[in-house]
Design a protein around this ligand. Structure first.
Ligand code: PLP
Length: 395
C-alpha cells in the first residue's frame, strides 16, 4: 500500500527575509542557453547590469562582484582592506554582526565589539565616544550591518557617519547592506561609505549566488596597503581582468536576471520601491501590535526609530515555540516564514516583507500567521490582519 503525502496546491507564499520572491520576468530572463562570457552580446548585458548595481548603490565608485553568497563579500571586505592584527570596531546589532565579527577574528583581526541591547540597538553616543577615545587611531574600520535581518532593526547610517566625522576619526566605514539594498534608502557616496557589502537574493530579487562590494577611493588606497592573504577575492587581480571584476567563470545567466531586476526597480522608481517597503512594513507592525494584546507575540524591536522596513522579527510569548508556529504556517497554509537565528532560535519568527511583494501577498502571509497562532493555542490579541488591512486601505 502506498502512502501519499498531501502536496499543497497553489503558489507558496514566501514571506522569508531571504532569499525572496523572484519576479516572473526575472525568472524568464534567467532561463536562457549558456553564452560565452567574452561574447560581445553578453558583455553588453554585463555592462548594463554592472552599471545598474552602481546606480542602486548610489555610487560613482568601484564595484567588485563575486560568485559567492553574502559571506564571500564579507570576506572580500575584510581581506582586501585590512592587515593581520588590525583592530576593527563592530557595532553589535544581532546574529549577522556577530558572524561578521567572528569572520574577522578568524582572519586574525582584533575585534572590538560595541555591545547593545539587541531590542534597542547601539547608542550612537557610545560610538562617538569609542572613536574619540581612540586618539592614536588604532581602529582601522567601523563595521555596521545596515539592516540586521535577525532582529528586524535598521541602523541610521547617516548618523553613524556623522559620529565618525564628529570624532574626526580616519577609520574606514564598512557597511553590510545585504537586507537593505533595493528595499531601503541606501546612499553609498553621500554617506561616505568606504566599502559596502551586498548580495543578490534579497532586494535585488534574484537567486542566491552573486555578491559584491562597492569600494570608495579611500578604500582602494587602504587596499594597496592591506596585507591579509587573499586570492579569489583580490581586487587587484580583478582589476586586471577584462570585466574588472570576478575571478573565474562569470555567472552569465545571473546577469540576464540582474539586468531585468534592475529594470524593474528603476521602472517602479527607487523612491517608490522604498515607500512600498515602508507601507508593507507598517502594515505588518500594525498586525503584530494587535496580536501583542492578551500577552501575545510582540515586535522584537522595541525602538520605533529603528524599525526595519524589510523584515519584522516577532518574539513569541514565553513557553511557546516559534518553530512550531512556522511549521503550521508551512504545512497547513504553504507560507514560508523566517526562523529565529542563533540564540533567538525558537523564540522569534520573522516575516520578510522585501523584494517582489504586494499587499495581498503580505495579507496572505499575515492571515496564515494569525490562523497558526490560533491552531497552536498561542495567546494573542484579535484583529491583526484587520489592523493591517485598515492601514493598507487608507494609503
Ligand atoms: C544582514 C546580512 N548579512 C549577511 C548575510 C549573509 O549572507 P549569505 O547568507 O548570502 O552568505 C545575511 C544573510 O541573510 C544577512 O541578512
Amino acid at each position: 500500500m502506498s502512502t501519499s503525502v498531501q502536496k499543497p496546491r497553489g503558489r507558496q507564499f514566501f514571506a522569508n527575509p531571504g532569499p525572496t520572491n523572484i519576479p516572473d520576468s526575472v525568472l524568464r530572463a534567467l532561463d536562457r542557453p549558456s553564452i560565452d562570457f567574452h561574447d560581445p552580446d553578453f558583455v553588453e548585458v554585463y555592462d548594463e547590469a554592472f552599471a545598474g548595481v552602481k546606480r542602486v548603490l548610489q555610487t560613482q565608485h568601484h564595484l567588485f562582484m563575486y560568485n559567492a553568497s553574502g559571506h564571500g563579500a564579507w570576506e572580500a571586505s575584510l581581506t582586501n582592506l585590512l592587515s593581520p592584527g588590525d583592530t576593527i570596531l563592530v557595532l553589535e546589532s544581532g546574529y549577522f554582526s556577530e558572524e561578521w565579527a567572528n569572520m574577522a577574528r578568524a582572519h586574525g583581526l582584533d575585534v572590538r565589539l560595541l555591545g547593545c541591547d539587541w531590542r534597542r540597538g547601539v547608542d550612537l553616543a557610545q560610538v562617538r565616544a569609542a572613536l574619540s577615545d581612540d586618539a592614536l587611531a588604532v581602529i582601522k574600520a567601523v563595521c555596521v550591518v545596515h539592516n540586521e535581518t535577525a532582529t528586524g532593526m535598521m541602523l541610521p547610517l547617516d548618523e553613524i557617519r556623522a559620529a565618525i566625522d564628529a570624532a574626526k576619526h580616519p577609520a574606514l566605514f564598512l557597511v553590510d547592506t545585504i537586507s537593505s539594498l533595493g528595499s531601503l534608502d541606501f546612499r553609498m557616496d553621500e554617506w561616505k561609505i568606504d566599502c559596502v557589502v551586498g548580495g543578490s537574493q534579497k532586494g535585488l530579487m534574484l537567486p542566491t549566488g552573486v555578491s559584491f562590494t562597492g569600494v570608495s577611493q579611500k578604500g582602494l588606497e587602504a587596499h594597496a596597503r592591506a596585507k591579509l592573504p587573499r586570492f579569489y577575492f583580490d581586487w587587484t587581480l580583478m582589476a586586471k581582468r577584462p570585466q574588472k571584476s570576478f575571478i573565474g567563470t562569470l555567472p552569465v545567466n545571473m546577469f540576464y536576471g540582474l539586468r531585468e531586476s534592475i529594470r524593474l526597480l528603476e521602472e517602479e522608481g527607487l523612491p517608490n520601491v522604498f515607500a512600498r517597503h515602508t507601507r508593507l512594513a507598517e502594515a505588518t507592525r500594525r498586525a503584530v501590535k494587535a496580536w501583542a494584546g492578551n500577552n501575545g507575540p510582540q515586535l522584537f524591536c522595541t525602538n520605533p526609530t529603528r524599525y526595519s522596513d524589510s523584515v519584522t522579527a516577532i518574539m513569541m510569548p514565553e513557553g511557546y515555540d516559534a518553530d512550531a508556529l512556522r511549521e503550521t504556517a508551512r504545512a497547513r497554509f504553504n507560507v514560508s516564514l523566517g526562523g529565529g537565528l542563533g540564540v533567538l532560535r525558537g523564540k522569534v519568527f520573522r516575516i520578510g516583507h522585501l523584494g517582489d511583494l504586494n499587499e495581498p501577498m503580505l495579507l496572505g502571509a499575515l492571515s496564515a500567521v494569525e490562523m497558526s497562532l490560533r491552531i497552536n493555542h498561542v495567546p494573542h490579541g484579535q484583529g491583526g490582519v484587520d489592523a493591517a488591512m485598515e492601514f493598507l486601505a487608507e494609503g
